[in-house]
Write a protein of this length. Structure first.
Length: 94
């Protein structure tokens, strides 16, 4: 990715996923970086960071999106992700 907004290194959660951006009248696909971040000392929140490869996008300028979660919100998200993963894994076994 040229002109990155997020720092990507060996500790980044996912550095190459399939991503998409959708808006009124457009939808584009691109490689994406997804990261989970907390403070090293005395963390108070969890931040999810998402950046799509801007070299593959024409409709949006280079940017990263962030969502900040409390511990309870992160646990709820983890539960939802686990439930969805279980459903997909079960469907793949059939």
């Amino acid at each position: 990715m040229a002109d990155r907004v997020l720092k990507v290194n060996a500790f980044t959660t996912f550095d190459l996923l399939d991503g998409a951006v959708e808006g009124h009248g457009f939808e584009e696909g691109a490689f994406a970086t997804l990261n989970v971040r907390t403070a090293r000392e005395a963390p108070e929140e969890i931040t999810l960071e998402l950046e799509l490869d801007n070299t593959e996008l024409e409709s949006v300028p280079p940017h990263a999106d962030r969502v900040t979660l409390s511990a309870a919100e992160a646990e709820r998200l983890a539960d939802e992700l686990q439930s969805a993963a279980d459903r997909v894994a079960s469907a793949e076994e059939e």
